[in-house]
Design a protein around this ligand. Sequence first.
Ligand SMILES: NC(=O)C1=CN([C@@H]2O[C@H](COP(=O)(O)OP(=O)(O)OC[C@H]3O[C@@H](n4cnc5c(N)ncnc54)[C@H](OP(=O)(O)O)[C@@H]3O)[C@@H](O)[C@H]2O)C=CC1
Ligand SMILES: CC(=O)[C@@H](O)[C@H](O)COP(=O)(O)O
Ligand SMILES: [Mn+2]
Length: 387
Amino acid sequence: MRRITVLGATGSIGGNTLDLIGRRPDEFQVVALTGGRNVARLAELARRHRAELAVTAHEDCLDDLRAALDGSGIEVAAGAQAITEAAARPADWIMSAIVGAAGLPPGLRALEQGTTLALANKESLVCAGPLLMDTARRHGATVLPVDSEHSAVFQALIGEDIAAVERVIITASGGAFRDWTVDEMTRATPAQAASHPNWDMGQRITIDSASLFNKALELIETHEYFGIPPERIEALVHPESMIHAMVGFRDGALMAHIGPPDMRHAIGFALNHPDRHDLPVERLDFAALGQFTFRAPDEVKYPALRLAREVMAAGGLSGAVFNAAKERALDGFLDGRVSFPQMAEVVEATLDTMSSSGLGIAVPSLDMVLDIDARARATADRVMAEL
Ligand SMILES: NC(=O)C1=CN([C@@H]2O[C@H](COP(=O)(O)OP(=O)(O)OC[C@H]3O[C@@H](n4cnc5c(N)ncnc54)[C@H](OP(=O)(O)O)[C@@H]3O)[C@@H](O)[C@H]2O)C=CC1
Ligand SMILES: CC(=O)[C@@H](O)[C@H](O)COP(=O)(O)O
Ligand SMILES: [Mn+2]
């Protein structure tokens, strides 16, 4: 039996992960499941998958979780520290699917036990790529990408020499507003932004898809995970979301990874790695699909991509500033303090304000990342108050 923990079990990636695990109950023992405020769902999943431990991120949810699991024999705990401790419980495979920078401390703790970390939480790599990858190396742990584009690049690179890679193309659906004008985007509501054309995902990543901040995070994620120089990484709008990434080699060949927009492929690949196993995903009928289309991203309409390139050039702690400012700007959009296009203004102003804050540290410690994250959030809040 492989011992499995799912951080962020109550979310979209968590649900897809447990869907796959639940289909092969004889092979997996669920160690810990973690969630946030959705205590009813966490308790239901913990019972269904016979978890040893269920943890909510919020101490004020502990009584509800305890009541929901009464009589089950499942241990309960609450708080950010309890989630990090859950990641330290011996497990063979841990899914990192908490949304936001909150996923970083438990992800690092999981790596310190030398396990395999299936990494959906792209924010970890954006905030602290060198720290995360260095921690994995020092503890003999493995990080497997789960983000669809990065799983695609990983698969295209199997058996290849990374030195022969000329370019990496990650695709973008273009998000909810790909055919809207900037003027129309000024009046966009959170509900409109949270309607993805192709993928069924959590609210925050879906809105990031609409602003292309998701793709901006993914450019940085590609650089941090694969070590590909920024100038060799491209984003390409592909409205059908069938090609997830392409890797171009020095001889001009391109390896494309193609599949339906279903995260159970990338999750299943990471779960079964290094083998392949049957997965319940649609098989594509190319004659019925007819055609795939592409266009260059509009970097004026979507400043996030330019900002990501500036962050990669600056390096150090600037990724943590970028992510924290983006998270706060998104909170501001959700609660009506800023318009949709103003999110990019908030991130840019926060980066400008903090550029002289000693961000150029090659491998920052977790404490340094958490400190800069808190300062960037406070700066972004001040920027929003002054808009
Ligand atoms: N969804 C997708 O298809 C994809 C997602 N990703 C990445 O995977 C990660 C998860 O995304 P997704 O599943 O869509 O997100 P969801 O919003 O659906 O789920 C997020 C999970 O994190 C929990 N959570 C929220 N805040 C905290 C916190 N402060 N501390 C601990 N746990 C918390 C939530 O708990 P609760 O809901 O109970 O409050 C939930 O379990 C993100 O990093 C995203 O970018 C990457 C590629 C594709
Ligand atoms: C499924 C996945 O990996 C998401 O990150 C996806 O990329 C979002 O779609 P966009 O291409 O619209 O950003
Ligand atoms: Mn992605």
